[in-house]
Design a protein around this ligand. Structure first.
Ligand code: AP5
Ligand code: MG
Length: 194
């Protein structure tokens, strides 16, 4: 099994690059943002609780997200590996993920962090907001999300760096060129499936 965390601020291209990675390496994609939006659209109790935070650009509480993810890991027993997109977002989430994977006799092998300047992040998120229907489509919420990222999520990079798992990739080249740089790192662990 090969397990990858795709890390980076909002708008850095995690969702976009996950699609390329999933189709090339056949990993099981786990995006907490997608899972939460699905809960919101189905009006589940979890979704109703999460929406309050998401609409304000704040992180959803750890226990909600961790509870949601553990079932998803169980669902995909035969997976070649996982790509975690938008998770873990706090140090407690990173520690919980390590425990969940250890229970399955596996671990996080590699963390790829997309590095993109803040002005470019804002531009991309405003652009996506015009068509996505997502609630994070205005400059105030985008600012809030970036502030949350710096205070709560950035420490996760240090956590993985301490464990020797972090590689940083410049994420403001074209989508294709960025994917090529990510693939160079992944190929050290896993070959593409044609
Ligand atoms: P979530 O959906 O996870 O947001 P995110 O994935 O961090 O951020 P984005 O989806 O905004 O950006 P992205 O990096 O995926 O970029 P994308 O590929 O879309 O989270 C939403 C909310 O849910 C959070 O605010 C929080 O409330 C909650 N939540 C989720 N997970 C949580 C967790 N673990 N703990 C607590 N709360 C959680 O690209 C963005 C745009 O840029 C697109 O339009 C794309 O086409 C464009 N683009 C991408 N790459 C390029 C490129 N190279 N050049 C030009 N444009 C590009
Ligand atoms: Mg995303």
């Amino acid at each position: 099994m090969f397990n990858l965390v795709l890390f980076g601020p909002p708008g850095s291209g995690k969702g976009t690059q996950s699609e390329n990675i999933v189709s090339t390496y056949k990993l099981q994609h786990i995006s907490t943002g997608d899972l939460l939006r699905d809960e919101v659209s189905r009006h589940t109790p979890l979704g109703t609780e999460a929406k309050k935070y998401m609409d304000q650009g704040m992180l959803v509480p750890d226990e909600v997200v961790i509870g949601m993810i553990s079932g998803k890991i169980d669902d995909a027993r035969d997976a070649r590996g996982f790509i975690f997109d938008g998770f873990p977002r706090t140090r407690p989430q990173a520690e919980a993920l390590d425990k969940l994977l250890e229970f399955k006799n596996t671990k996080i092998h590699l963390v790829l962090a997309l590095d993109v300047p803040e002005a470019e992040l804002t531009k991309r998120l405003l652009g996506r907001g015009e068509t996505s229907g997502r609630s994070d489509d205005n400059e105030d919420i985008i600012k809030k999300r970036i502030t949350e990222y710096h205070s709560k999520t950035q420490p996760v990079a240090n956590y993985y760096n301490e464990h020797g798992k972090l590689e940083t990739v410049t994420g403001n080249h074209s989508i294709t060129d960025t994917f090529k740089m990510l693939a160079k790192h992944i190929n050290k662990y896993l070959l593409p499936i044609k």
